[in-house]
Design a protein around this ligand. Structure first.
Ligand code: NDP
Length: 253
């Protein structure tokens, strides 16, 4: 559909955009979840919003993956399956476990997320569907694959278990916000976001390709500023918030 040359030109632009987005997001708080505002235009039900913003990446990635003519081997099907595993949780489980009845998010956030997800799905789907060199079965024994898989599952475990701890804070019909404890919350305010970064770094390492790296960079550009916003919010909200707790990277940031 597009030549390799054009693909890489677009991909480099996409990576530069991630680098530029990072300092912008350090200044702007994305208004959803605890930071929701009604000054960003019309809003939509929170749960439906999550579905709409995350579903496109699955469709776009799958479309380009399956319609492309590249030789697909077991390692490539593993990359595909792990990507889908994450999004099965994000689309089919996470929104229905959130205890955010009646909450809303701005349509503008949905449009921005769909834009990101479209291009992320395209760059990775087109790569593995059409352009990627063949990953031989021996890739399964390569240290990059092994380290990547370990990081992916460790990150996913941290992400999902930390999200679950947050949901539990509203058990028994409670609403509002509480200081989370347990697990990696001992060290950071947003272990769920930390876990997601580790997950996509792992995915990029196991696939060892530029589009995978671009996704990991975008994840960092989105989630580090969001975690810093969450952290500042906790300190404003709770006078007794643990002083030693960092924002996202244990002992570091
Ligand atoms: P948060 O940690 O802010 O919230 C997760 C859920 O827990 C929400 O339902 C929230 O409710 C609730 N919650 C959070 N803190 C508390 C608290 N102190 N007390 C009670 N309930 C609480 O997550 P984000 O919205 O930042 O992210 C959600 C998930 O989506 C994460 O797993 C993250 O990794 C992922 N994500 C991925 C992105 C990417 O670029 N790949 C971008 C953004 C998110 P409420 O909504 O009412 O605040």
């Amino acid at each position: 559909m597009i030549s390799e040359h054009h693909y890489f030109t677009l991909l480099y632009i996409w990576i530069v955009l991630a680098v530029v987005t990072f300092p912008v997001l350090l200044r702007i708080t994305a208004p959803y979840g605890r930071h929701t505002k009604d000054t960003w235009g019309p809003t939509i039900n929170n749960r439906l919003g999550w579905l709409l913003m995350e579903a496109p990446v699955v469709i776009v990635f799958s479309w380009f993956f399956f319609t492309g003519s590249a030789t697909k081997t077991i390692p490539v099907y593993i990359f595909f399956s792990l990507f889908m595993l994450h999004y099965a949780n994000r689309i089919l489980i996470f929104p229905f476990r959130m205890k955010t009845k009646g909450k809303r998010m701005p349509w503008s956030i949905i449009f921005l997320a769909v834009f990101f997800n479209f291009f992320n799905g395209f760059f990775n789907g087109y790569w593995f569907g059409t352009l990627s060199p063949v990953y031989n079965i021996s890739w399964l024994y390569d240290p990059r694959f092994i380290v990547g898989v370990i990081l992916f599952f460790a990150g996913m475990y941290i992400n999902v278990s930390s999200d679950n701890m947050l949901f539990d804070l509203r058990k028994g019909g409670k609403t509002g916000y509480y200081i989370p404890t347990g697990g990696l919350f001992k060290y950071v305010s947003s272990p769920n976001l930390f876990g997601e970064i580790v997950e996509w770094l792992g995915w990029a390492i196991m696939a060892w390709c530029l589009p995978g790296l671009s996704f990991a960079l975008w994840t960092m550009a989105n989630l580090i500023p969001r975690a810093l916003d969450h952290h500042r919010w906790y300190h404003r909200r709770f006078e007794n918030y643990p002083k030693e707790r960092k924002a996202i990277i244990p002992k570091v940031l």
